[in-house]
Every structure is written in C-alpha cells, then in structure tokens.
Design a protein around this ligand. Structure first.
Ligand SMILES: Cc1cc2nc3c(=O)[nH]c(=O)nc-3n(C[C@H](O)[C@H](O)[C@H](O)COP(=O)(O)OP(=O)(O)OC[C@H]3O[C@@H](n4cnc5c(N)ncnc54)[C@H](O)[C@@H]3O)c2cc1C
Length: 398
C-alpha cells in the first residue's frame, strides 16, 4: 500500500533504484521504492560487476554477499581470432577487488533486495507512475490507484523513464548511433581460459566471451538484424565467424538468449528541481566493456549519499554538483564503449595500425594500467583519478 507522503520517492527497482534506496535507508532516510512490475525480472542481463562498483557495494554491506555468488575474472583479453592483441590484468589494481565479478543481474538485484529488507524497506509492486505534478510544496506523484506527496523524486526507471519524460528532460545522442546486440548464456566446449573475459575484434563487430558461474558463458555480439531469440545454430555461426579459429567453441546448450537495440543517449539534465535521475534513466550506451549497470549503481550511491546530506541540512546545491559530476562521466563512459566497438569494425586497411596500437598497450605497463583502471571504474575514485589526464572525478565520499 502506497503511503500518502514520503521523504524520498524512488521510481524503479532495478539495480539503480535498489542501490539508491539502500544508501538512503542506511542513512536513516524514510524512503518509498516502487516498481511497475509485479515480480522482479529473473533474466541474466548485465553480467559484470567491476571493482569500483564492488567498493561502493561494500559500503552498503552488499559487496561480500555478491562476491560469494559470482566468479572472479582476473584479466580482460582483446583477441583477433586466435591472436591475443592485448591482455589487461586486474591483479595489480589498487583495490581489494583485483578482478571483475561475473554474476547475472538477477543475482545482483536479489542481493540488493535482501540488504534492503534488512534495512526495513521492501519494494512496493505493482505501482506504475503515471503523472508528476509540481507545486510549491514539492511533487505529487500519481499512480494508477493512488497519489504520493514528496519533496524529492528519484527517476531510476530505466531507458524509457517516465520520470524523465514527465519532467520534460530531453534524452539526446549522436544521430546514427543505433546498435543491435545479441546476448546469450550458453554452455560451450571451449579451450578459452575460464578465469578471464575476452573481446574478439571481428569484421562483423565485437563479440564478448565471458565466463559465468556454474560453467556458463555469456556471449554478447554486435550484429545487424538479430533474431528475437537467437538459437544454438545462430550462436554457433557467430562463434565460428568471430571466435577462436584453430579450436572453435562448440555450443552445447542455450540457457537464455535475447536481443536488444539501443541508441547512445544521455539526459540533458540529471536534476530538474525536486526530480533527480540516475542509471539508465540518465544514460544508455553500448554494452562493450560492461559499464552500463555499473555506472547506474555508482550514480545511485553518489545520489543517495548526497541527498541524505541535503536532508540532514547541507545545501541543495550539492544536488546540482551531483548532476554536474555524473553527466560528463556518462558521456565519457559512452565514448569509451563506442571506441571499443569502433576498434572492432575498422576497415581491413587500418587493421595493421590498430593491432600495432594495441600491442603498444600490451607492452607498456602504464598504458595497460590506465586501461585496467578505466575498465574497472577505479579511475572514478579520487585517489586513483589523479592518473587520469582530466584529473579526478569526484564522488560523494563521506
Ligand atoms: C536483455 C538485456 C541485456 C542487457 N545486457 C547488458 C550487459 O550485458 N551489460 C550491461 O552493462 N548492461 C546490459 N543491459 C543493460 C542493463 O540491464 C541496464 O544498464 C541496467 O538494468 C540499468 O539499471 P536501472 O536500474 O538503471 O534500470 P532498469 O534495470 O531498467 O530498471 C528500471 C525499473 O523501473 C521500472 N519502471 C519503469 N517505468 C516505471 C514506471 N512508470 N513506474 C514504476 N516503475 C517503472 C521497471 O519495471 C524496472 O524494474 C541489458 C539490458 C537488457 C534488457
């Protein structure tokens, strides 16, 4: 049952909304978290949690239980068929999490939901936001059968965000940035090592091969015109065309498969008065590099901490600062994911130059370290961010 009033209303109980609610609840803020779905999604979706995100989740008591359910990937390898172009090791990262954690998004959401229940908050479902009315006293949020008054609304309601649309915030990006992807969790016979993920740079587009717990492998590939439910034969075709050549992988079983299409988009503002955006509501981009959900979780911790400070008496300007630091970061991460895709699709004549560049990364430790910091998200941490040419990106530390 929806309350008549709440201190913070969070719309959307994906990883971003759950994390924002947990951050606020642990700071003693009264929060209402709603989702339009009757049940949480049980599909795999985003499969990697990077080191910086794990550090953020540690602050919420959610890191250790998640690590216990995932698989540690200690390196990221860039390949062209059987040739290794670059190996980026994570074992020297300046963190206690010297790996990327491979775990399905439904497990990440389960762990966050469990922690949230311990903090006394449960997701109210199904509750679909249909209207937002601003008045001098805050916002009245309309649902199918009720209204809720609140001073603050967090839009964590994903790519088609109703909160963003009702607030008139444009969601913009470069023309022609639409890409289609195939995703699948499979069992394969493979000679690839299971303690690291690989990206294959192939003429048809990149293909990610990443180990998951229980002997599963996640495949993600950029394709044109993907089928609705890619089957074993389709996935075998992708592996034959893009994967290892000498000892090709053999698909034994498809456990889950899907496709999605997206444009690269970033919201033109992350704050409009009492409305704040985080996660996919604020940014979407290619899954190359596995950054999307990670960025959303880190947005949510930053926003939750900043809003808790404001509710405890800090200036509301702190929320403008949240928006000002997260938006450029969203652009930067979207650009990084695009560059990974472009590296795969360079024309044949440019391939030798690309490969030379990647080998240079491979043999120069400072460059390798820079790529590892960026993939892991640790370049966002102030103490580590000094390595970045643009200087540190602040997060709301406490
Ligand atoms: C098939 C698929 C595969 C993906 N694979 C990858 C991957 O490999 N790597 C990667 O990084 N990312 C991947 N993603 C993207 C990743 O899932 C998202 O980045 C992540 O879920 C974003 O989290 P979020 O909490 O911001 O939004 P979401 O997870 O989209 O959550 C938004 C929530 O808001 C709710 N909601 C929406 N509108 C309303 C409303 N009006 N009222 C109430 N509730 C509402 C929805 O029901 C939903 O639960 C994939 C996505 C899909 C769909």
């Amino acid at each position: 049952m929806l309350p008549e009033r709440t201190d913070v209303l969070i719309v959307g109980a994906g990883p971003t909304g759950l994390t924002a609610a947990l951050t606020l609840a642990r700071r003693g803020v009264e929060v209402t978290l709603v989702d339009q779905r009757e049940e949480p999604a049980v599909t795999s979706r985003a499969a990697v949690v990077h080191a910086y995100t794990l550090e953020m989740l540690d602050r919420l008591g959610a890191g250790a239980p998640l690590v216990a359910r995932g698989l540690r990937s200690v390196r990221f390898t860039v390949r062209d068929r059987d040739r290794v172009l670059v190996t980026v090791p994570f074992d020297r990262l300046p963190t206690r999490h010297r790996y990327a954690l491979m775990v399905s998004q439904s497990v990440t959401e389960e762990v966050l939901t469990e922690r949230l229940a311990e903090a006394g908050v449960r997701v109210l479902r199904p509750c679909r936001l249909t209207g937002l009315h601003h008045d001098g006293d805050g916002v009245v949020a309309r649902f199918d059968a009720a209204t809720v008054r609140t001073p603050w609304v967090i839009g964590a309601d994903g790519i088609h965000s109703t909160v963003r649309q009702l607030s008139g915030i444009p969601f913009t990006g470069p023309a022609g940035s639409e890409e289609s992807f195939v995703l699948a969790d499979v069992h394969v016979d493979s000679t690839l090592p299971r303690d690291g993920a690989s990206i294959f740079l192939a003429r048809g587009g990149p293909m990610i091969w990443a180990p998951l717990p229980d002997g599963r492998v996640r495949l993600v590939a950029t394709v044109t015109d993907p089928p609705a439910e890619p089957d074993a034969a389709y996935l075998q075709g992708l592996l034959d065309e893009r994967g290892p050549g000498r000892a090709p992988d053999r698909v034994r079983e498809v456990l889950w498969s899907s496709r999605f299409r997206l444009h690269r988009r970033v919201a033109e503002a992350f704050r409009a008065g009492p409305v704040l955006l985080a996660g996919d509501a604020g940014h979407v981009h290619s899954p190359a590099g596995g950054q999307g959900m990670n960025l959303g979780i880190c947005d949510a911790v930053d926003l939750g901490e900043t809003l808790a400070d404001v509710l405890a008496g800090a200036s509301e300007n702190r929320l403008d600062e949240y928006a000002a630091r997260r938006r450029p970061l969203a652009h930067e991460v979207a650009g990084f994911a695009d560059r990974l895709t472009r590296l795969a699709t360079v024309p044949p004549a440019a391939r030798p130059a690309r490969d030379t560049l990647l080998r240079l990364v491979s043999v120069l430790p400072p460059l390798r370290r820079r790529v590892a910091l960026r993939l892991s998200g640790l370049n966002q941490r102030p103490s580590v961010g000094r390595d970045r040419p643009g200087g540190p990106v602040r997060t709301a530390g406490r």
